[in-house]
Write a protein that binds this ligand. Structure first.
Ligand code: PLP
Length: 478
């Protein structure tokens, strides 16, 4: 593409982006589409190439209508996120640079900005010196890397000889820990049996006594404890594991402690939340996703490790063609994970942190919490609804009740049907979870453009969906 054409279409795309951000709230959050609809509309690849204007027009006509709008102010499913202006613009520059920071020489800026930005972010989150970070695509990969380092500590021979003939490894996490922990344990050769899910105590906190006795009895049975995983901000309910007490148990047992703060970590920026994080600084590794509640476009996941050589040791390989004159004197990012190639993810994080400023981010996080708490109050006051999580971390977990006139299965179906009906209305997008056999609706507030009015619109859509579902659900005598 000639540079002048790049310039012309860059202006057009810039207008497209600005128009999109200005009007995304008018689009259906989830499109009217069924599986396979888009695939059927897409033609064969062209042999001769096509004008950019035609590709852009087809994108608008065919691809955009098949899009779920994560940047919509009424996107409340899973965790609500924001691709903010500074992050979007940084991504455009990253694409133009097309850097691959696998080793320092391949990208001094990738390497050194990444080290700089994650070190300053760690300080802003209240972590003491001694932590070194790197950026991965997702928390799933960050956790895989952290547990690979833990496995290397527990089984130092495994990187050479594999795990055959070794005692079974065990990783301990709460029953609410994210499924990425299971996947990492499976991928690291410890099998599904390698993860020990711990119950909660009467205060709904991970039972630290159960953790201590599980480690003890596993040792007696000849198993090898590898890591304890504490979650600060669980996916279903944003609950906080008692990380300080877990750190004590892990330290006594000589076991790696990994903290999954993929979502909740943002709140460590707020002084009033610091207490909830007390003890996480004793961990061996921490994951936090700026692409969740730090307004950074997907993907961006920071993994901090204390004593980063332990991470490097888990991935050490010798490849002559990757040596440079700076090898051994400079950081080569490829040494800290599976991927050789590294995108310039630090640039968007740096743009976002500089543009909003730490205080600006704090204000916005507090605003999200205020919005969520206020809606949770409204839901709680409305007959026919019950609230389990009140928006303390931007997430509301609630459900429609049916006045005891129904069976548990019907109530579960009702709540699932409400989530689906709201999605199909296009007005908002919610998600659901199941806790102790009960279905709950999750409504997350975390997009920069969400206003109190958006939440009123969402709540009206939810109430209307409940009315409609009550009429439609078969076999229910209301
Ligand atoms: N950990 C927690 C607590 C999460 O909520 C999630 C996703 O929502 C993850 C890990 C996985 O995140 P990713 O999609 O970046 O792998």
């Amino acid at each position: 593409m000639p540079v002048e054409e790049v310039r012309r279409y860059a202006h057009e795309v810039a207008d497209w982006i600005a128009d999109y951000l200005a009007s995304v709230g008018d689009l259906p959050v989830f499109p009217e589409i069924a599986p396979g609809d888009l695939g059927r509309q897409l033609g064969p690849l062209s042999e001769e190439g096509e004008p950019f204007s035609e590709i852009l027009a087809e994108f608008d006509r065919v691809i955009l209508p098949a899009t779920t709008h994560w940047n919509h102010p009424r996107f409340h499913a899973w965790f609500a996120v924001s691709g903010s202006g500074p992050g979007i613009l940084a991504e455009a520059i990253v694409a133009a640079l097309n850097l691959n920071g696998m080793v320092w020489r391949a990208g001094p800026s990738v390497t050194e900005l990444e080290e700089h930005v994650v070190a300053h972010l760690a300080r802003a989150l209240g972590l003491p010196p001694g932590w070194t970070g790197s950026i991965n695509d997702t928390a799933s990969i960050s956790t895989l890397h952290a547990l690979a380092a833990a496995r290397h500590v527990a089984f130092p021979d495994a990187t050479d000889r594999g795990l055959a003939g070794s005692p079974p490894g065990r990783v301990y996490a709460s029953c609410e820990a994210h499924s990425s922990v299971d996947r990492a344990v499976m991928a690291l050769g410890m099998g599904r049996e390698g993860i020990v899910r711990l119950p909660r105590d009467r205060d709904h906190l991970l039972d630290v006594g159960a953790l201590r006795s599980a480690i003890r009895s596993d040792r007696e049975a000849g198993h090898r404890p590898v890591a304890v995983v504490a979650t600060l901000g669980t996916t279903s309910t944003t609950s906080l594991d008692p990380v300080d007490a877990m750190a004590r148990v892990a330290r006594e047992a000589g076991v790696w402690l990994h903290v999954d703060a993929a979502y909740g970590g943002a709140l460590a920026l707020l002084p009033e939340w610091r207490n909830a994080f007390r003890g996480w600084e004793k961990a061996d590794s921490i994951v936090f996703n700026p692409h969740k509640w730090l307004f950074t476009p997907i993907d961006c996941s920071v993994l901090w490790v204390r004593g980063r050589d332990r991470l490097r040791a888990a991935f050490a390989v010798d490849a002559e063609y990757l040596r440079t004159a700076e090898s051994g004197r400079a950081t080569d990012l490829m040494e800290y994970g599976i991927a050789l190639g590294r995108r310039f993810r630090a640039l968007k994080l740096w743009f976002v942190l500089r543009y909003f400023g730490l205080e600006g981010i704090r204000r916005r996080l507090r605003h999200h919490i205020e919005l969520a708490r206020s809606l949770a109050g409204t839901i709680e006051e409305t007959e026919g609804w019950s609230v389990r999580v009140h928006g303390e971390m931007g997430l509301i977990v609630f459900r429609a009740t049916a006045g005891g006139k129904d069976g548990a299965g019907v109530e579960g179906a009702l709540n699932r049907a409400i989530v689906d009906r709201v999605a199909r209305s296009g007005v908002a997008l919610l998600s659901h979870t199941e806790l102790d056999g009960t279905v709950w609706i999750r409504l997350a507030v975390g997009n920069l453009r969400t206003t109190a009015e958006d939440l009123e619109i969402t709540w009206s859509a939810v109430c209307a969906a409940r009315e409609a579902c009550l009429v439609e659900l078969p076999g229910v005598n209301w």
